[in-house]
Design a protein around this ligand. Structure first.
Ligand code: SAH
Ligand code: SF4
Ligand code: F3S
Length: 466
């Protein structure tokens, strides 16, 4: 089996030294360089972008929120569906003009799309204004790649497919003062037949528990109140470490840390979600009573073809257990319609499952073939129009359920974390992530308060402080 590569302190120190040299390069020019970092895709990518910003800050760059006039542009890309890729290609194409207006502008592409050979090749041959490309395995070397481009003006392609690595101590610039992402593991071993992630992010590897505990402690001390533990399948955390520590143990330990905060996690694969995890959640107030548990399809034949390794009955048993130990548990999920060969009846099983579970929110996707995955080779006779119709039905079903659940909040008192102000009112989020607006003082921002819900709009709740 491939071994996880641990990037050594010396290797990371060498990158930090390069950051200092880049800082000196700009200082000599008497310029404060600007950097624009744009992120596509999931929270893992958001977390990676925070590291890219950290490295850029150490190189002397200030962040800007537009491509125009930026000295370096980094697009952190996503490969999960064709639509995501098309957006990236469109935006990269448009950068030809932006670059012409700003001499010396350097453009880098990274993230999951760059983990696919054919994409890196296409960038190399057809998008010659792109200066640098690196895949997720090479992220820790970004300072070295940037320096090479600045020094030589030559393009760099760091796209070697290596065993996955772990690099501790990359600087981070976080996007929010209250909410933080903490990756606890990287990669995925599941190979769901439709999914590109295992091919572009490598095999599953867990960070050492003490490194995670240290990071979470620091975040709490810095005033972070909402901390999300990230992994493609957090339930298999620790399996590769051989320490006898599983995800439930890890989150249980973190929930005992001093301070006022919510802990969340995503994502959980149903085949590995354990009753022990639900029990741990139930017994700790600091673990938000929210569970994102993707089911993908309500039909057992489709689930098998997807290589998900659970049945709808096993899935429902988990949901029932979670709700039994945590009444009011907020459940969210991902679902795919139009998987190759999915029939109308099989799709109806998905609708039935949604009606049975009544999710708080659902992330709905139309199947998108990904080159190199087994599902992309499966016969797919269903016309696009049928898939679209199924998708619309799915969305309408969930919208109705969401609205019903939304209305049920009226009259209830809920704990919220106040995160900002919008004109006359404060904005806040419930434990399950719903937006609640209510009148109050700025001093409440960053605090947990109890709010009684008095009204609702389609997307948010309205309340008064208790
Ligand atoms: N690791 C997570 C999710 C990763 S991707 C998990 O296993 O749940 C997020 C979601 O994108 C998936 O849950 C799935 O619903 C969707 N997805 C992944 N590949 C897809 C594809 N090829 N077409 C359409 N949706 C896809
Ligand atoms: Fe993709 Fe499945 Fe891994 Fe999630 S668990 S990242 S859907 S292969
Ligand atoms: Fe996209 Fe990569 Fe996340 S493919 S969904 S950014 S792991």
């Amino acid at each position: 089996m491939e071994r996880t590569r641990v990037i050594s302190e010396a290797q990371l120190q060498a990158q930090k030294d390069i950051c200092r040299q880049i800082g000196a390069y700009w200082q000599e020019k008497g310029v404060t360089p600007l950097a624009f970092v744009d992120t596509y895709g999931c929270q893992q990518n958001e977390a990676d972008s925070e590291r890219i910003r950290g490295m850029l800050r150490d190189c002397g760059y200030e962040m800007t929120d537009t491509e125009e006039g930026a000295d370096v542009i980094v697009l952190n890309t996503c490969a999960i569906r064709e639509h995501a890729e098309q957006r990236v290609f469109g935006n990269v194409g448009a950068l030809v003009h932006t670059k012409r207006r700003h001499e010396g502008q350097k453009i880098f592409l990274c993230g999951c799309m760059m983990g696919q050979d054919h994409v890196a090749k296409k960038i190399k041959s057809s998008y010659t204004h792109v200066d640098g490309v690196f895949n997720p395995h090479q992220l820790w070397r970004f300072p070295e790649l940037l320096q090479s481009v600045l020094k030589t003006g030559k393009r760099v392609f760091a796209v070697e497919d290596e065993p996955g690595n772990i690099a501790e101590g990359i600087p981070v610039v976080r996007q929010n003062d209250l909410k933080a992402w903490v990756s606890i593991m990287y990669g995925c071993n599941n190979f769901c037949s439709y999914c590109i992630v295992p091919y572009v992010r490598g095999r599953e590897r867990s960070r050492q528990p003490e490194d995670i505990i240290r990071e979470v402690k620091e975040l709490i001390a810095q005033g972070y109140r909402d901390i999300t533990l990230l992994g493609q399948n957090v339930n298999s955390y620790g399996r590769d470490l051989g320490l006898g520590i599983d995800f439930a143990d890890l989150i249980g330990t973190l929930a005992e840390l001093e301070g006022d905060f919510w802990l969340r996690f995503m994502t959980s694969h149903p085949k590995d979600a354990t009753k022990k995890l639900f029990d741990t959640m139930a017994s700790h107030d600091k673990i938000a009573k929210q569970f994102h548990l993707p089911f993908q399809s309500g039909n057992d034949r489709v689930l098998k073809e997807m290589n998900r390794r659970y049945t709808s009955a096993q899935y429902l048993e988990l949901v029932d257990y979670g709700r039994a130990v945590m009444p009011g548990l907020i459940l969210t999920s991902d679902v795919i319609v139009g998987f190759p060969g999915e029939t109308e009846e099989e799709f109806e099983d998905t609708i039935k499952l949604i009606e049975r579970v009544r999710y708080d929110a659902l992330f709905t996707f139309i199947y998108s073939p990904r080159r190199g995955t087994p599902a992309a080779e499966m016969p797919d006779p269903t016309p696009k129009a049928d898939k679209n119709r199924r998708f619309d039905k799915l969305v309408a079903t969930q919208n109705r359920i969401s609205e019903e659940i939304h209305r049920d909040y009226i009259g209830k008192t809920v704990k919220v974390l106040v995160d900002g102000r919008e004109g006359e009112v404060l904005t806040s989020r419930t434990e399950g992530g719903r937006l609640v607006r209510f009148p109050g003082e700025d001093s409440l921002i960053g605090q947990f308060v109890e709010v009684t819900i008095t009204d609702c709009t389609t997307w948010s709740l309205v309340g008064t402080i208790k």
